[in-house]
Design a protein. Structure first.
Lengths: 177, 141
């Protein structure tokens, strides 16, 4: 019985270790001098972080709008037009699907990032410098995720353009006219 | 025919002799206690319903991510002007597909694609140096 319990304990411990989030941020080890630096520059740091937060909001709105414009007003109508003309636009449609999926990922990753920055802004760096630095570290990881999705969208945009060039070569000048 | 309406001087005289207005002149006195009155409960329930619905709306506003897109919030006045106002031309979803239409599409596409080129979500914007933590070394930077 004892060996079964011991086995269960190790199994749960193993599951606990494996299920740690992949983006777990290691606790920041700060020296007394560094903590003091955060505390003394607190208002300046908060001001810079707040400014970045606002600029990111504008960037997110503008970028999201441009992605939506490309997907809804350009890619989707062209794919539809190609299909209506009985031409092979499967590759373009597949890229559009991936593009739309990435737009959703962009919204989600930005939401996570924004919440982490807001959390850092809510921490008083004068009284809780370690907690503050830890929150900033989490925000950095989340920002990298946003940058990764932006990069994916950029690559998909280029891919669509390349596929379009290849598609254009197969289109006779008089098709659909 | 003589007018029956009182003159200005008669009005003034009447007002001088009138008794002062009391609380009962404005409110109908009732022997029913407030907690037994339907009207009072209607007001209370209306306020409670409004508070609950407002709470739900606010919760949805924040959790759906709409709040993050809403730059009409206080504090965002300074950056509102930086928002993109251009309304792009949509590509027609019906019609012929030929070299000419593809060239037309490419022009629209390239102009939009150009606007998405950005590196402003780079990690350097949140580095210790960028936000003013000058003495703390950047981990992994």
């Amino acid at each position: 019985m004892r060996s079964i319990l011991r086995g269960l304990f190790f199994a749960f411990a193993l599951v606990g270790l494996v299920s740690q989030p992949s983006h777990a941020v290691s606790a920041a080890i700060l020296t007394d001098a560094q903590i003091e630096a955060i505390q003394s520059n607190c208002s300046e740091i908060q001001k810079n972080l707040s400014s970045l937060h606002m600029n990111d909001a504008v960037l997110r709105v503008n970028l999201g709008q441009r992605y939506q414009n490309i997907a809804r007003r350009l890619m989707a109508p062209l794919n539809s037009r190609i299909a209506l003309n009985g031409l092979d636009g499967v590759a373009l449609s597949q890229t559009t699907v991936r593009y739309n999926k990435s737009i959703d990922e962009f919204s989600q990753s930005y939401a996570t990032y924004e919440q982490s920055v807001q959390k850092a802004l809510d921490v008083d760096c004068r009284t809780e410098p370690i907690e503050f630095y830890s929150s900033v570290s989490v925000a950095r990881v989340n920002r990298k995720d946003v940058a990764k999705v932006v990069d994916t969208l950029s690559k998909l945009g280029v891919q669509y353009r390349t596929q379009l060039v290849a598609f254009a070569k197969t289109v006779p000048a008089e098709v659909g006219e | 025919m003589e007018s029956q309406t009182p003159t200005h001087s008669e009005h003034h005289e009447h007002a001088e002799h009138a008794l002062p207005l009391t609380h009962d002149d404005f409110f109908v006195h009732s022997d029913i206690p407030w907690h037994r009155q339907k009207f009072v409960w209607m007001i209370i329930l209306s306020i409670l319903a409004a508070l609950v619905l407002t709470g739900i709306s606010l919760r949805l506003y924040v959790t759906s991510g709409t709040a993050q897109l809403d730059l009409s919030r206080p504090g965002y006045e300074s950056v509102r002007a930086e928002l993109d106002q251009d309304d792009i031309q949509s590509f027609e979803s019906t019609g012929a597909v030929n070299k000419s239409t593809i060239t037309q599409f490419e022009k629209l596409y390239d102009s939009q694609q150009e606007k998405t080129k950005t590196n402003q979500f780079s990690s350097s914007a949140l580095s210790n140096k960028a936000i003013g933590i000058t003495t703390v070394p950047d981990a992994g930077q």
